[in-house]
Design a protein around this ligand. Structure first.
Ligand code: ADP
Ligand code: X2W
Length: 255
């Protein structure tokens, strides 16, 4: 089973939790791909630089100064620190933006009612499956960040949950794939502040109900939208789990 694991910005922003996660990740046997976000740290950094972060429907409005900052953070400091950490733990990781090896080509999101700026939308045909497969088959662990490119020198900021889902879907054509979203909660909760309300199994009908009730909100909506799409498209298993429990039983499984 090929595991695609996504780690979110809530954990990445906490160095201790990130190191603990990467240590556990490095112990996972078999082929694997890591996709990382970093949105929380990016918002903090933008604020420190006097640039007000703007999010609409879970996506960052990305003007040129914002693109410069997030590229430096996601494809630079974060990606390289994660790779160096994984090397320490014995995982031969290869850190990539979408431009490296043309691994993810996207398209700038068209302006409709909202101009998202340099935000990339991606589809299956933009994923360089052969290159990812080459790395995986030779024992390397790709570590993908949230920066893609359009093939015409333009870098684009792309939601990391979308990257994880689309890469999982693309690799599922030739592999048995499991997709794990690791974040700062133990799974999908009925009360976001109460771990005893974990929903162990969720289907589309329940998701729609909980979304309408406001039980599922903010970043969880695009995460689950992506997750339900891939389960319809060949990915064998999708789970949401706390980053400090990637090998444990406490989680939400999608069906
Ligand atoms: N029903 C829910 N159960 C768990 N988390 C939820 C729920 N609804 C909304 N959330 C929020 O979604 C967040 C995770 O999504 P997101 O912010 O995109 O995380 P990350 O970038 O770390 O992957 C949680 O930290 C939580 O605040
Ligand atoms: C276009 C867009 O929204 N890009 C995201 C990419 C990072 C991300 O997805 O980080 P998390 O997984 O930590 O949320 C952003 O800049 O916030």
């Amino acid at each position: 089973m090929l595991k695609i694991i996504k780690i979110g910005g809530g954990i990445i922003d906490n160095p201790q939790e990130l190191t603990q996660f990467l240590n556990a990740f490095s112990k996972i046997e078999g082929p694997k791909v890591l996709v990382h976000g970093g949105g929380k740290g990016a918002s903090k950094m933008l604020q420190q630089l006097g640039i007000e972060p703007k999010m609409v429907d879970g996506r960052r409005i990305t003007d040129q100064p914002t693109l410069d900052v997030v590229t430096g953070l996601y494809a630079g400091n974060l990606n390289k620190s994660i790779v160096a950490n994984l090397q320490e733990f014995g995982t031969n990781a290869v850190g990539l933006s979408g431009a490296d090896g043309n691994v993810i080509k996207g398209n700038k999101r068209p302006v409709k009612t909202i101009d998202y700026g340099f935000v990339g939308d991606i589809t299956l045909d933009g994923i360089n499956v052969d290159f990812l497969q080459l790395l995986i088959d030779n024992g390397y662990t790709p570590v993908l960040c949230a920066i893609t490119h359009d093939g015409n020198s333009q870098l684009l900021n792309t939601n990391a949950d979308t990257i994880a889902s689309t890469v999982a879907e693309a690799l599922a054509v030739k592999n048995e794939v499991q997709l794990n979203f690791c974040f700062d909660k133990i799974g999908v909760l009925r009360d976001v502040n109460d771990d005893s309300t974990l929903i162990p199994v969720i289907n589309k009908e329940l998701y729609q109900e909980l979304k309408a009730e406001g039980v599922i909100f903010e970043g969880m909506i695009p995460k689950l939208d992506n997750a339900f799409r891939v389960i319809d498209n060949g990915v064998k298993e999708v789970t949401l789990v706390h980053a400090n429990n990637i090998n444990g039983d406490i989680k939400t499984i999608l069906c």
